[in-house]
Design a protein around this ligand. Structure first.
Ligand code: GTP
Ligand code: ZN
Length: 183
């Protein structure tokens, strides 16, 4: 599989007019294949294996917020990175999720070919599924290299996407508290 991807990179390097056999590029197809596999490792994971049972009973019913989770993903249109941060809040319903698992959920979906809106939705649905929370809110703020390095070449624009479920959708005060806390 990795060799197959490396062969394709070798062809791409040639097609772009470079010599894949020159010293600096000799191992590049292999390295690029490895990097691409890492950046798409989310396809080999599942919610069950990353959560690993780390859901704990708790009577807390106050909002829990995990802020500023860094995020690196690849846009499915250009295969160029988008980079930003993700904020996740939920209203526990008798169970809380292990703290690191929020970052693992973000990484699992970010390490796939994505658009930001779908990534936001998938993270929210996953947190809802594993916690059975009374509400889940996810906000992603990101910059897209496909807009910065090429295309319209806008360096300072960023995109914010959000998904609000349950209490964050139906209760304006809860949503407001969340938005205040992340700003
Ligand atoms: N909504 C959304 N759009 C995205 C995302 N990532 C990339 N895009 C956009 O996807 C669109 C693809 O448009 P096309 O016209 O098919 O491709 P293109 O000719 O490369 O477009 P330009 O980027 O405008 O040069 C562009 O407008 C991108 O900015 C994302 O995460 N969400
Ligand atoms: Zn793009």
């Amino acid at each position: 599989m990795s060799d197959d991807i490396a062969d394709h990179y070798r062809q791409i390097i040639s097609a772009l007019g470079e010599d894949p056999d020159r010293e600096g590029l000799r191992d590049t197809p292999k390295r690029a294949a490895k990097a691409m596999q890492f950046l798409n490792a989310g396809y080999t994971q599942s919610l069950d294996n990353i959560i690993n049972g780390a859901v704990f009973e708790s009577q807390t019913d106050e909002m829990v917020l995990v802020k500023d989770i860094e995020l690196y993903s690849m846009c499915e249109h250009h295969l160029l990175p988008f980079i930003g941060k993700c904020h996740i809040a939920y209203l526990p319903n008798g169970k809380v999720l292990g703290l690191s698992k929020f970052a693992r959920i973000v990484d699992m979906y970010a390490r796939r070919m994505q658009i930001q809106e779908n990534l936001t939705r998938q993270i929210a649905d996953a947190v809802q599924e594993v916690t059975q929370a009374k509400g889940v809110a996810v906000v992603i703020e990101a910059r897209h290299l496909c807009m910065m390095m090429r295309g319209v070449e806008k360096q300072n624009s960023s995109m914010t996407s959000s998904v609000m479920l349950g209490g964050f959708r139906s209760n304006q005060a809860t949503r407001h508290e969340f938005l205040m806390l992340i700003n």
